[in-house]
Write a protein of this length. Structure first.
Length: 358
């Protein structure tokens, strides 16, 4: 996970205040109070965990989706196919976090009786950071797996046409005493939102994150925004992105690849697809034994030898959990432009920001 660079103009905000203000903004966009709070919570939780690419940076974009671009603020997800351990959920053209949370909860409930359940989602939209969904499962003592498609920002290896999304995948496994293992990765070297954060801070990108429009490596975040995201592992990253994108869309009947829209023209509402898998360890092994064995894997990593200069060895999700604890106590550090975007949205809808700027 990339640690974002600090800038002198960064702002520090309390997560409770940020959650309240952002929730009020989404409610003014027409969302029911519960849905608005859920959506705001997913963004603020991403910032708490240091995943600023999927945090309140997205507030202006989401307001535009809800007010101008055809996403239904009152959309309600429903189960349209229910067969054994498989579910198809129609997101009702709601924000992806609404349909995605509904689907993961439905998969978890079904897995309690079938051991494993797969929920495919269609008629949805951007669903935020994927760790949100697998953490729901982890907190219930289950294994969670979640994937989604994304507007294409990568090319086939060696190409220059943006036809493949970075299409993230998350997996969560509950531990007993150690921090649970929570992997949340996309198959590009970075996320579009991270490039935006670097552009906001006017700082160069790491050298292996993006190509420009001609397919040449660049550290210029502006060129990266109009160019291509580099895949992880070259052709391997493109292949993994394609497979997760296909699993997210072809079973649900959602849009794959360019059917989602483009970075230039914007997204096509209701075309996103996702998948959510819940696995109840109790159908395989004593749940306590399973969680203690996860602890053992974590301890093995922590106790293994380190290269010179390396302070600690981490399992997936551990750094994010550390960020969450730190930011909950001391406040979340966000870019000034992100802060200003939240303030502008609040002012647009007459939302009181006194607690945010206090």
């Amino acid at each position: 996970m990339a640690v974002y660079p600090r800038a002198e103009s960064d702002r520090t905000v309390r997560h409770e205040s940020l959650r309240n203000v952002v929730g009020a903004i989404f409610a003014r966009c027409g969302m029911a109070a519960g849905d608005a709070a859920l959506l705001a919570g997913t963004l603020v939780n991403a910032d708490l965990r240091g995943v600023h690419s999927h945090g309140v940076l997205r507030v202006p974009d989401y307001v535009k989706k809800l007010v101008e671009e055809g996403v239904d603020p009152k959309g309600k997800p429903t189960i349209v196919s229910d067969r054994g351990s498989t579910l198809i959920v129609d997101g009702g053209n709601s924000m992806g976090q609404i349909g995605g949370t509904f689907a993961m909860n439905a998969a978890m409930a079904r897995a309690r009786t079938t051991g494993i359940a797969f929920a495919a989602v269609r008629n949805s939209n951007h669903c935020g950071a994927m760790d949100h969904y697998v953490l729901l499962a982890v907190e219930a003592g289950m294994i969670g797996i979640a994937g989604t498609n994304a507007i294409p920002t990568m090319a086939p290896w060696g190409g220059v046409d943006r036809i493949v999304g970075i299409n993230p995948l998350a997996v969560g496994l509950p531990a007993m005493d150690e921090k649970s293992v929570v992997l949340d990765i996309a198959f590009g070297a970075t996320a579009h939102g991270k490039i935006r954060v670097y552009a906001q801070k006017k700082m160069p990108l790491p050298p292996d994150w993006v190509f420009d429009a001609a397919g040449e490596p660049t550290t210029d975040p502006i060129a990266g925004l109009t160019g291509l995201i580099q895949p992880i592992g070259q052709h391997k990253g493109v292949g993994l992105g394609m497979v997760v994108g296909m699993l997210s869309t072809l079973l649900a009947g959602a849009g794959y690849g360019t059917a989602l829209g483009s970075m230039e023209a914007g997204p096509t509402p209701g075309m996103d697809g996702h998948f959510f898998i819940a696995i109840d360890p109790a159908f395989f092994v004593d749940p306590a034994v399973f969680r203690r064995r996860v602890d053992g894997v974590v301890k093995q990593v922590h106790q293994s030898r380190r290269r010179a200069g390396v302070e600690r060895l981490l399992v997936p999700g551990e750094l994010e959990a550390d960020f969450a604890a730190k930011h909950a106590e001391h406040g979340i550090i966000i870019a000034a432009e992100t802060f200003n975007g939240v303030v502008a949205a609040a002012e647009r809808f007459g939302v009181d920001i006194a607690e945010l700027v206090a």
